[in-house]
Write a protein that binds this ligand. Sequence first.
Ligand SMILES: [Zn+2]
Length: 249
Amino acid sequence: MITSKLLAEAEGLLHGFTERQGGGSDAPYASLNLAYHVGDDAVVVDANHALLAEQFGYAPERLVHMRQVHSDRIVRCTPEMGFESRPECDALMTDIGGQPLMVMVADCTPVLLFDPRRRAVAAVHAGRAGALKNIVGKTVAAMHDAYGSNPADLLAVLGPSIGSCCYEIGPEVAAEVEAAGCGTALSLRDGRRYLDVNRILVQQLEAAGLSAGHIDLLAACTACATDRFFSYRAEGGTTGRQAGVIVLK
Ligand SMILES: [Zn+2]
């Protein structure tokens, strides 16, 4: 489990980013796969979730996770929501203690947000598509609307995700990135184009009002380290999912 110093030092919450070891799934999902839609045995995935819940100390049925669709839809959790709710969205937020939120990824960036003043949290799925829709900026705005969060108070952590070292893109995608006003996230090496999604996300969080010192970018690249992380790209599309988890005590 990887944690951010920024959030670890904050009071009254637990958070973490899982790695792929330590679970019960077989290859190509070995071993702590948390996703049900990837072809893994659901009974084993249940057991992996139970293991994680025990590590964190939350009740497995309280966890809210998402049917992620690369959208900019944000769901405010209600007390009755839990493991079976699985709303179709790409960001969850809550101010309810003991209601853990999870975002699952294998190259996309898991973003966790915490408002220490209003005591609210969010978990965001931000891949290229979500970044181009500014899902992180929209989540900051949604936390303001729902909980009165002042963006300047928010802390954000970007978890392990594919780096610009490995994220090669074609000319059509590069044009799309340019058109969205995110051209500074593009780079060219040996005639190949690469995209730095995290650079877009950091820029968007800053534009939304977070200070640079309130944004922690965990630099681990999922595609560079398939021994530690699931990577959709590096593993040809068939693999498991790791997760970012955040829960108010
Ligand atoms: Zn890499």
